[in-house]
Design a protein around this ligand. Structure first.
Ligand code: GUN
Ligand code: ZN
Length: 436
């Protein structure tokens, strides 16, 4: 239960007012030792400082020299029932939903299938170094139970919720408002604040929600003020035009959610690609967060997220894989695509900022930065052990790196799940890679 782990370490000890300045606020300890005790971080020290630890002998010593340990990656937007349809060809958002997504989600009405997939889904997260995620479930209460059970078994800190939707979806997925309300309430009562599990109200997006459904979501948010809320916002031009038609009284897309009380410090809006000025201001004023999902935005041809504008408006950002519109569970691959999306807009994303968004920044955007995101004493011991060179190309390129920033940037650009050697959850090694 007590470990002293010797390696190099990288984290951000404090929340950043301006993530664009992340480079000056990172902590890199080349020769460090992390003390953990019963799932919690005791301290991160320089290796030479270990002699000051009075009960040093009581820690089990693990020598991981040559590896870099990061806080566990945080995925702020991902869909549990879309693992089986990643990489579906040819469509943009609305057709993609009809053609591939809704049919895949119908399968989750089968509880045994959902249980099998929940294990595979969370194991994919762990293999990719993701220790916390904000997760969209299917519309089914039973499949959402299966997801929470699987996370509880793995001791993972997740936030999840069953999707709520009551129009413009296949009959097999279409709810009545009263049942959506009641099933959501049941799930909150069963899972919210149970150990490391939390609940997120999950209206899919405005087009699949009647005003009555959104009002019911707002009622739940008032009844349970500490639950999270996740939805999609401003992803695709056809979607935005459709929202305008469906909600003609609202001045813009975000106003639909804001009107029903769905913005706030625990609300996370995925995508936000085509926002108007008033929407940026509303996100900032309400202290809502955005999940930036570059692989998804490129794959569906949705658009380019404007990170510079998010910083100008001081809006919190986390990274999202958005499986299955996104194409990888790997936050390393996701950051690499984020860099390219910003390059197309002449914003040179630094590796420090990128890793901030995938770790402490993600924790901030989920209001979990008091529990996870870095190696401060008392934080939960969720971390990943990374090998920067696991392919011939990575080995060749890493040998030519002049400093840690270049090493990390090459890791981000060439890296993927193969670089994740171990994933620790709640002070326990939950995944170990053996095959390379
Ligand atoms: N908008 C509404 N539902 C979805 C979904 O499942 N994925 C994405 N990317 N956008 C959505
Ligand atoms: Zn999504």
């Amino acid at each position: 239960m007590r470990y002293a782990i010797r390696a190099a370490f990288f984290d951000f000890p404090a929340r950043l007012a301006d993530p664009a300045q992340a480079s000056g606020h990172a902590r890199y300890i080349e020769e460090g030792v992390l003390l953990i005790d019963h799932g919690k971080i005791v301290q991160l020290l320089e290796w030479e400082e270990r002699t000051q630890v009075p009960d040093w002998e009581e820690y089990e010593y693990l020598d991981l020299r040559g590896k870099i340990i990061f806080p566990g990656f945080i995925d702020t937007h991902i869909h549990f029932p879309q693992i089986g349809m990643v990489g579906s060809w040819g469509e943009q958002l609305l057709e993609w939903l009809e053609e591939y997504t809704f049919p895949a989600e119908i399968d989750y009405q089968d509880r045994a299938f959902a249980t099998e997939m929940a294990a595979k889904f969370l194991d994919q997260c762990l293999e990719n170094g993701t220790t916390t995620a904000l997760i969209f479930g299917s519309v089914h209460e039973g499949s959402t139970d299966a997801l929470f059970e699987a996370a509880e078994h793995r001791e993972m800190r997740i936030i999840a919720g069953k999707v709520m939707m009551d129009r413009f979806v296949p009959d097999a997925l279409c709810e009545k408002v009263a049942e959506s309300y009641q099933q959501t309430k049941n799930l909150i009562e069963r899972w919210h604040n149970k150990g490391r599990l939390s609940y997120a109200l999950t209206p899919r997006f405005a087009p699949t929600s009647t005003p009555e459904l959104l009002a019911a979501v707002g009622r739940l948010k008032r009844e349970y003020p500490d639950v999270w809320l996740q939805t999609h916002l401003s992803e695709n031009p056809q979607e935005i035009a459709w929202v305008r038609e469906l909600f003609p009284d609202q001045q813009d897309y975000l106003s639909v959610y804001h009107h029903y009380g769905l913005t706030g410090p625990r609300s996370v809006f995925a995508h936000c690609l085509h926002l108007e000025e008033a929407e940026w201001q509303c996100l900032a004023r309400s202290d809502s967060a955005i999940s930036f999902c570059p692989t998804s935005n490129l794959f569906l041809g949705s658009g380019l997220f404007n990170l510079r504008k998010a910083h100008q408006h001081n809006v919190k950002i986390g990274m999202g894989t958005d499986i299955g519109a996104g194409t990888s569970f790997s936050l390393l691959r996701t950051l690499s695509e984020a860099y390219k999306v910003q390059q197309l807009q002449h914003y040179a994303l630094t590796v420090a900022e990128a890793f901030y968004h995938a770790t402490l920044g993600g924790a901030v955007s989920l209001s979990l930065d008091d529990k996870i995101g870095n190696f401060l004493p008392g934080k939960e011991a969720d971390f990943i052990v990374i090998d920067c060179a696991v392919t011939p190309l990575q080995t060749l390129r890493q040998a030519r790196c002049r400093d840690i920033w270049e090493r990390l940037f090459v890791l981000m650009t060439l890296g993927d799940e193969r670089n994740i050697r171990q994933t620790w959850v709640n002070g326990r090694c939950a995944f170990q890679r053996h095959n390379n």
